[in-house]
Design a protein around this ligand. Structure first.
Ligand SMILES: [Zn+2]
Length: 444
C-alpha cells in the first residue's frame, strides 16, 4: 500500500510530539487521523480508537513527528552550501554569497527553487521562513515553486540600499523601487494558497540598509500584516560596522528599535552577542529570534548564551541559515546547538545541560510555530491542527540495535545525535504529501 498523497488518511506508527500546552506525547503504538480538509482529527494511542485501526496504514516502526520549522534560511544560497568555513561574515558574503545572489535571475530561480523546496522537505522541514534575492521576478518564481511543491513558506525579497549587489539599480531611486517591489509581492503572495504562503519584508541587515529603508520596511510590514525579518548581532566585525554606521543608536538592537522593527511579527536571525539591555528590549517587544548554531560555528561568529536568553523569556526557534550553515536539517541544527551549549559548559559558562533532547525537538517544531504566530495551526500533532507531519524511519538512526521500547527522551536523543540525511521517509503539509523525502539521490 502506498503512502497517502492526499487526505483523508489514518496512519498507525510511533508518535512523538511536543504539546501546545507543554510536555510531550509519545505513543509506541499511535494513530494519526487526518480529515479531507487536511486537519488532524485524532493523534493518540491506537488503543483509544479501535474503530480507526482497520482503515489505518501501518507504518510502524516509523516515527510520526510534527514537521520541523526553519526560521532562517537563504534559498538562493543553497548551491554554495558548505563553502567558506571559518571565514569572517563580511568577507564570506563578498566571496561566496553576493555573486550567487547577483546571478539569481528568473531562469536560475526556476531551476534552484523547486530543488530547494524538495531539499527542505527531505530534511524534514515543512515550514520555512526564507530570504530570496533582490529581484522581484525571481521572488515570483520562488513563490510559484513553493505553491506547486506544497511546502508552507514565508519568503521575502532582500532589500539593500547600500552595499548592494544589484547592478540594475540606480542608487538614487533604490529605496522607492525596493519598497514598491516588496509591496507588489505582498499583494500577490501574502496569504496565497489559502494562507500556506506568506510574505516577510526583508531588509538584509543594518550594514546594507539605511535608517530610512529600515524604517520604511518596518512600516510596510506593519501596514500589511506581513512579517519583518533581518539579521542582528551575528559577529564582532559586523557589530563594529553597525556601530560605525549608526552612531546615534545605543547598540545594534536599538538600530531596529528606532526603525520600528521590533515586535511579535519580527524574526531576527542570530542574536549571538546581545547585551542585557538588548536582550530585555527584545523580550519586552515580543521580538522573535532564530537561533542558527551551525552557521554561528561554521563562520566562527560565536556561541549564543541560550540558557540566559530562555531564562529571560526570549522567544527562540531554530534556523539552518543555509548557506551560512551548510546543512538544511533542523535535526542537525539541534545536534550542533546541543554540542555548542556543552562547549559553553566545558568552558565554565553553564553548570549543566541547557536543554534536554526533547526540549530541542520542541525548539525545532512548536517553538518555531509560536515564533511565527502559527501555534494554533502547526508545531505539534494535536487534534484540530493542520496535518504538517513527517515520518522518520528509525532504521537510519539505530541500524544495529533498532529501537524497541525506548522512552521519548532516548528517542529524541537518537533523532538528534544519529540524524541521517535519508531518515525522513515522507512529509505532508495539510495532509498533502511533499516531494523530496526518499528521492534525494539522483544519478550523475
Ligand atoms: Zn542569514
Amino acid at each position: 500500500m502506498d503512502l497517502p498523497a492526499t487526505p483523508p488518511f489514518v496512519l498507525r506508527g510511533r508518535l512523538l510530539t511536543p504539546l501546545g500546552g507543554g510536555g510531550t506525547r509519545f505513543e509506541r503504538d499511535g494513530l494519526l487521523a487526518v480529515d479531507a480538509g487536511g486537519r488532524i482529527t485524532f493523534a493518540g494511542a491506537a488503543g483509544e480508537r479501535a474503530d480507526l485501526i482497520e482503515g489505518a496504514l501501518d507504518v510502524r516502526p516509523w516515527v510520526l513527528l510534527p514537521g520541523m520549522v526553519d526560521l532562517h534560511a537563504h534559498l538562493p544560497q543553497l548551491p554554495n552550501a558548505g563553502l567558506g568555513a571559518g571565514m569572517d561574515l563580511l568577507a564570506w558574503l563578498e566571496r561566496y554569497i553576493f555573486p550567487l545572489e547577483r546571478a539569481f535571475d528568473v531562469p536560475t530561480a526556476e531551476r534552484v527553487a523547486p530543488a530547494a523546496w524538495r531539499a527542505f522537505a527531505a530534511a524534514g522541514t515543512t515550514t520555512a521562513l526564507v530570504y530570496g534575492a533582490v529581484y522581484e521576478a525571481s521572488l515570483d518564481a520562488t513563490f510559484r515553486a513553493a505553491e506547486a511543491h506544497g511546502i508552507r513558506a514565508i519568503v521575502g525579497k532582500v532589500m539593500m540600499d547600500r552595499v548592494t549587489y544589484d547592478p540594475t539599480i540606480d542608487p538614487s531611486s533604490i529605496l522607492d523601487r525596493t519598497l514598491a517591489e516588496s509591496a507588489r509581492l505582498i499583494e500577490r503572495w501574502h496569504g496565497a494558497a489559502d494562507g500556506r504562503l506568506r510574505y516577510a519584508v526583508t531588509p538584509r541587515f543594518a550594514v546594507s540598509c539605511t535608517a530610512e529603508l529600515l524604517r520604511e520596511s518596518a512600516a510596510l510590514a506593519a501596514s500589511t500584516g506581513a512579517y519583518w525579518q533581518t539579521h542582528v548581532s551575528e559577529d564582532q566585525g559586523e557589530i563594529a560596522e553597525v556601530a560605525r554606521l549608526f552612531p546615534e543608536a545605543i547598540d545594534y538592537v536599538d538600530v531596529y528599535d528606532r526603525a520600528g522593527g521590533l515586535g511579535e511579527r519580527s524574526v531576527l536571525a542570530h542574536a549571538v552577542h546581545l547585551s542585557d539591555r538588548e536582550l530585555s528590549r527584545l523580550v519586552e517587544t515580543g521580538t522573535r529570534v532564530a537561533h542558527c548554531p551551525i552557521s554561528n560555528l561554521f563562520l566562527a561568529s560565536g556561541v549564543m548564551p541560550l540558557g540566559r536568553y530562555l531564562d529571560a523569556g526570549l522567544s527562540v526557534g531554530l534556523g539552518s541559515d543555509v548557506a551560512g550553515g551548510p546543512d538544511l536539517s533542523i535535526f542537525s541544527v539541534m545536534r550542533v546547538g546541543f554540542y555548542a551549549q556543552n562547549a559553553r559548559r566545558v568552558a565554565g559558562f553553564e553548570t549543566g545541560p541547557v536543554l534536554s533532547p526533547l526540549d530541542w525537538i520542541r525548539l525545532g517544531s512548536m517553538a518555531g510555530a509560536e515564533a511565527l504566530g502559527l501555534e494554533d495551526a502547526i508545531g505539534s500533532l494535536e487534534t484540530g491542527k493542520e496535518a504538517d507531519v513527517i515520518a522518520v524511519d528509525p532504521a537510519f538512526i539505530a541500524p544495529i540495535s533498532g529501537i524497541a521500547d525506548e522512552d521519548p527522551d532516548d528517542l529524541a536523543s537518537r533523532l538528534i545525535f544519529r540524524a541521517h540525511p535519508d531518515m525522513v521517509r515522507a512529509a505532508w503539509v495539510r495532509g498533502r504529501r511533499l516531494e523530496g523525502p526518499g528521492a534525494m539521490v539522483t544519478p550523475p
